[in-house]
Design a protein around this ligand. Structure first.
Ligand code: SDX
Length: 430
């Protein structure tokens, strides 16, 4: 933290505040405005928090101009190529890559927490068959608090750590149960002999009638996608988890809130919206029409999977996923015209001034659905897949905040409503 200050002066009132400048280990300098109201009597106004830091964190660094994403200092490109999701989970949770012993102990812990209380499966059966799986994910995750109420002392580091591992371990189990409820298959149980991604595919697609053989290409593709979705600093859903956590709420409630925030099409729900958009466009001959719709201020249509609050350069995750699309589809012997359409859409958009001037590039959601589709995962489950990966980021950020709890998050507002007026009896109103 540097001693540099920024002078904020209210000439009319003859008041000055020397606001400290905070410089982290990386990234842009930040003005500490904690004393602004006390010294000068002003709040700040920043709807959408475009230029507001809500916390300090050691976990993930993004440089939007350079298209940089690092987990605990490691570039996403290196982790995507050389690591695996469970190892990345350890890194995000604890700050360092594990030793071989630490990894096997952590992987074992995750494996042995994958089952859920069987009563939860009864809850899932209570949903309509056509309930959106994100509704099931949010509801069931929150209800986990009803099964671990005697192990939710958030002031106890051991219990915090156990809750984090339980959430990482159980998300795939709940997600697969939601899918199987939808397709009318019996819920199946996690197989400890499989690794995290193999186990998820088995939970999703195995049927009692015959043995299920996991395709290693599919498992590796999932592992890559979970790594890429694991964390992304203070995005909307992670900020939601932190805000709910700042009230002292239990981790299951926090992550359930994060799931609900992720569901929105402006956030994690975009991956599902991209596939629906590509299917609606249908053919490259229609791309121009939809590009024009996206540019039309009077048209609510947006190019889903394009644009980002932070990245004003290519989202490094989109770059990796686009390359993986070709490899995975080739390895699986799958062709998908939507991939060609997506690439043509990207090319045309990135040659159009509207997108170039606004620095709108494909984001993590633009290509991910192509791979999920090739793995046989239905569109309605795409955001659930995002939630499985992002649970690692949510619980990592929750652990970081819970270890040093600050004040409850409570933003202020600019009030634009009516000024004081007196009540009138109903027979006196106009
Ligand atoms: C994720 O924050 C994170 O880190 C999120 C995430 C993560 O890992 O957690 O990266 C995951 O949520 C990725 C984003 C997924 N959402 C989408 O793909 C939905 C489509 N994108 C947009 O809705 C939008 O780009 C956002 C929500 C992603 C970002 O919105 P901002 O930062 O508020 O940008 P903006 O709305 O102010 O847009 C700036 C301009 C506007 O035009 P003008 O007012 O200047 O004329 O760009 C335009 C917007 O209309 N614009 C788009 C557009 N995105 C922005 N126009 C057409 N299509 C788009 N997709």
């Amino acid at each position: 933290m540097s001693e540099r200050t920024i002078r904020i002066s209210d000439e009319a009132a003859g008041k000055v505040l020397e606001a400290p400048v905070i410089s982290g280990s990386e990234g842009d300098p930040t003005i500490d405005i904690a004393k602004l109201y006390k010294e000068l009597g002003y709040f700040t106004y920043d709807p959408g928090y475009s230029v507001t830091a809500s916390c300090s964190s050691d976990i993930t660094f993004i440089d939007g101009a350079q298209g940089i994403l690092r987990y605990r200092g490691y570039p996403i490109e290196q982790l995507a190529e050389r690591s695996n999701f469970v190892e990345v989970a350890y890194l995000l949770l604890y700050g360092e890559l594990p030793s071989a012993t630490e990894f096997s102990e952590f992987e074992r812990d995750i494996t042995y927490h994958t089952m859920v209380h069987d009563q939860l499966n009864t809850f899932i059966k209570g949903f309509r068959y056509d309930a959106h799986p994100m509704a099931i994910m949010a509801g069931i995750t929150s209800s986990l608090a009803g099964f671990y109420h005697d192990q939710m002392d958030i002031d106890d580091p051991e219990q915090r750590n156990l809750a984090a591992k339980r959430l990482i371990a159980k998300m795939p189990t709940i997600a697969a149960a939601a899918y199987r409820h939808h397709v009318g298959w019996p819920i199946c149980y996690p197989r400890n002999s499989l690794n995290y991604c193999e186990r998820f595919l088995d939970l999703m697609f195995s049927v009692p009638a015959e043995p299920y053989k996991v395709n290693p290409v599919a498992a590796r593709a999932l592992d890559l996608l979970f790594i890429l979705h694991a964390d992304h600093e203070q995005n909307a859903s992670t900020s939601t988890v932190r805000l709910v956590g700042s009230t002292g709420a239990n981790p299951y409630a926090c992550v359930s809130a994060g799931i609900s925030a992720l569901w929105g099409p402006a956030h994690g729900g975009a991956n599902e919206a991209v596939l629906r958009m590509l299917n609606e466009i249908g053919d490259v001959s229609q791309v121009g029409k939809y590009i024009d719709k996206a540019k039309d201020r009077d048209d609510p249509f947006r190019l889903m999977g394009f644009g980002h609050r932070v990245y004003k350069n290519y989202d490094p995750r989109a770059e990796i996923i686009r390359k993986a699309c070709h490899d995975v589809l080739a390895d699986l012997g799958v062709t998908d015209p939507l991939l060609d359409l997506a690439m043509k859409l990207e090319k045309i958009a990135l040659e159009d001034d509207y997108f170039v001037q606004r620095k709108l590039y494909p984001n993590v959601d633009f290509y991910s659905g192509i791979i999920y589709k090739a793995l046989g995962i239905p569109t309605s489950m795409f955001t659930v897949m995002f939630a499985i990966g992002r649970t690692v980021g949510w619980v990592s950020q929750w652990l970081e905040q819970s270890a040093n709890p600050g004040r409850i998050g409570r933003p202020r507002q600019v009030y634009t409503g009516k000024q004081q007026r007196d009540y009138q009896a109903i027979d006196q109103r106009g």
